[in-house]
Design a protein around this ligand. Sequence first.
Ligand code: URP
Ligand code: ZN
Ligand code: ZN
Length: 464
Amino acid sequence: MTTLIQNGTVLNADSTTRADVLIDGETILAVAANIPAANHQVIDATNLLVMPGGIDVHTHLDMPFGGTVSADDYFTGTRAAAVGGTTTVIDFALQARGHTMREALEIWRAKAAGKACIDYSLHMAVTDLGPNNQNLAELDQMVAEGIPSFKLFMAYPSVLMIDDGLMFKVMERAAALDALCLIHAENGSVIDIVVSEFLARGETAPHFHALSRSPLAEAEATHRAIAIAEMAGASVYIVHLSNADALLALHHARQKGLRALAETCPQYLVLSLEDQMPGRSWDEAKYVFTPPLREKKNQAPLWQALASGELSVVSTDHCPFRFSDQKSLGKEDFSKIPNGGPGIENRLQILWHYGVNSGILTPQQFVALASAEPARIFGMPTKGAIAPGKDADILLWDPAADYTITAATQSMATDYNMFEGWQVRGNAKHVFSRGLQVVADAKFIGNPNHGRFLKRQANAGGFA
Ligand code: URP
Ligand code: ZN
Ligand code: ZN
């Protein structure tokens, strides 16, 4: 089937043009002015921006964590992503200690089977290389399977945290494979001691989650991870960078010409310790995620780094837990509140409204941060642009649509929204995933058998 998107403005990371877009099956066939309607199904894009579908490179769907499982499975999670204008997610497969990466891969592929409404890929979170690192060759196998990115946790001791030696070992191998190492950068050992000190003093409320995780613990780990990557010759990508101190560590590395990249997330750009977690209520458990909310003064430097290109990507770190029966696991002890927040549906609304409408970002920079750079850095050459030959992952964005964010109408499975009641201008109107329309007039019309596992190319984060 052929579909013609007519009368829109095609917005790529490097161009803005008035053009029509012709889709043939799963692929973009042509981008040109005045393509005749012929026998094509026609979508009118008057006053709409026609841009590549969003790519969210950091999600946790159906993930066991904090004594429970994240609330969105691959169906509800990818449905919410699509409604928000995202057409590809990269989720995390977690290797359990004492088990192989292969087992983790099979578990996560099974979670996605028959449930993904849009394309998905996986990063492998490496926690164990076996006795004498004998399973190192599994990294090669993962790359061969289309998983050229490894996540290493410097936080969550006794669950996911690895030591610096293992990090170095993985990075050395990753360098040889042109794979990218993703780092959760926080000094988990120090944080655990601070957490126990708060609890010993009876300071058990959600607010103390934030206070127990200093920005310096993140900055120190960011610097350490980048230094170890430099020693190993690897490319490194810092996930969910949340504060100005950590940004400085990234800045110094990039000034030196190191292969260091980083993302931030909407929550760090628009939510703050002062506004959402002042220390007054249990309700603040909704904002218990890691790294935690920071003081407001960190927001401007993060926005500035997005505008300058120092930060390359905005992802969500979508890790949703219901307030009623999941966050409540930590009612008496903040360290037992499952860490994570829902955001997969609202990423583009927040980035557009607070980034583009406020004049900090240009529309082209929006596309770069939300789609083009994720595609480039994570080795997805068929995604991230509106051009002939690319997958027809297309977002028709209405920059004039007024929308009120609320859990009452959201597609995510949580019983709350971090941006409840916020009014934004700019929203996804129609969304195509590999040629299939999955959102029409902001309503989901896709299906859970459509999304495919996407094998990615190893390209050292675009530095290869
Ligand atoms: O709080 C968070 N971010 N939960 C998900 C796991 C992680 O650290 O990314
Ligand atoms: Zn993390
Ligand atoms: Zn995460």
